[in-house]
Design a protein around this ligand. Structure first.
Ligand SMILES: CC(C)(COP(=O)(O)OP(=O)(O)OC[C@H]1O[C@@H](n2cnc3c(N)ncnc32)[C@H](O)[C@@H]1OP(=O)(O)O)[C@@H](O)C(=O)NCCC(=O)NCCS
Length: 285
């Protein structure tokens, strides 16, 4: 089976954030000194871990199961505007909205950013509006919400969390380009869903990184994900000829239990192939 891997080599740099133990720790990374990560913890809305990656800081926050209203102690960790938005929601949407924003705050804090005055609201397409100079992406899937926070001048970020025990390889033909599907179908049955899951996660992260800049929807056929070496991933974009070109980098972090977090950073490329990200971002304001 292809086990999702990662070329991220950095380790936990914020042990205090992870000192509560986690239900889903980043697999294959040593627990930070002084943490209790081996002890299962069920307390929701706590920072499970904070990981420095080459794209920025990634934080995971535990989410409860069920539909119960988010307790006031968790809401207290939000900006007043976020709290107001959360109180207008119910059930899983409320839980995810809160968890994503708590993860954003944990990642930003670990990155040394003061985001106390910034409410992480979304634009008309649903993309998070990051503080000036930052790129932010969120994903949530029980039992975690994750946030990736990086410097905007280094590129636009996307993150996606996928996993769960259920085999969903039936979505392969929707997620994969024909050449990817041929590779998936050559795998033994048991290896197909893990392979498709990684492609799915990377592509959704690609969407989150690029769609706000592109300004339109694009589907799964617009990207191909190739695996190289033990843990490298390459992304090739197939947007419309008139669209800007993007250079896309991807990482995949394995989590306990077979889930994965895909991290993507996209930069506009000039016609000579060099990155024009800082120019493109500057022109975006
Ligand atoms: C938008 C989409 C990627 C969200 O993914 P999801 O698995 O449904 O949900 P996740 O929990 O992973 O992510 C949700 C977060 O994505 C972010 N998001 C939503 N729309 C977004 C957009 N247009 N651009 C960037 N980020 C977006 C939000 O922060 C949201 O969290 P929030 O509502 O709490 O702020 C997905 O619903 C979708 O439309 N996919 C089809 C498009 C696609 O993936 N194309 C493949 C291109 S190769």
């Amino acid at each position: 089976m292809r086990t999702p891997g990662s070329s991220v080599t950095s380790t936990q740099e914020h042990p205090s954030e992870a000192a509560h133990g986690v239900p889903l720790f980043l697999a294959h990374h040593p627990a930070p000194p002084g943490s209790y990560a081996d002890e299962p913890v069920t307390e929701p809305f706590r920072t499970a871990w904070v990981q420095t990656t080459r794209f920025g800081v990634l934080a995971g926050v535990t989410l409860p199961s069920g539909l119960a209203p988010v307790p006031d102690e968790a809401l207290a960790g939000l900006h007043p505007r976020e709290r107001q938005l959360a109180r207008a929601e119910r059930g899983r949407r409320q839980i995810e909205l809160v968890g994503g924003r708590l993860a954003f705050r944990a990642a930003a804090r670990a990155a040394g950013l003061d985001v106390a005055g910034h409410a992480l609201v979304t634009d008309a397409a649903g993309a998070p509006i990051a503080p000036a100079g930052c790129s932010v992406s969120l994903s949530h899937k029980e039992p975690l919400a994750v946030a990736l926070v990086g410097k905007r001048g280094e590129g636009s970020l996307g993150v996606d969390l996928e996993g769960g025990a259920r085999d969903r390889s039936s979505i392969a033909s929707r997620v994969c380009r024909p050449e990817e599907l041929a590779l998936v179908e050559a795998l033994p049955q048991a290896e197909r869903w893990p392979d498709v899951m990684v492609r799915f996660a990377v592509k959704e992260a690609v969407y989150k990184a690029i769609a706000p800049d592109l300004g339109r929807f694009f589907g799964f056929q617009a990207a191909r994900v190739d695996r190289y070496g033990a843990s490298g991933y390459a992304v090739t974009m197939f947007l419309e000829p008139a669209d800007p070109r993007f250079d896309v980098e991807a990482e995949v972090l394995p989590l306990d239990g077979g889930s994965v977090v895909a991290l993507v950073r996209a930069r506009r490329a000039s016609t000579d192939g060099s990155s024009t990200e800082s120019h493109a971002l500057a022109s975006r304001g």
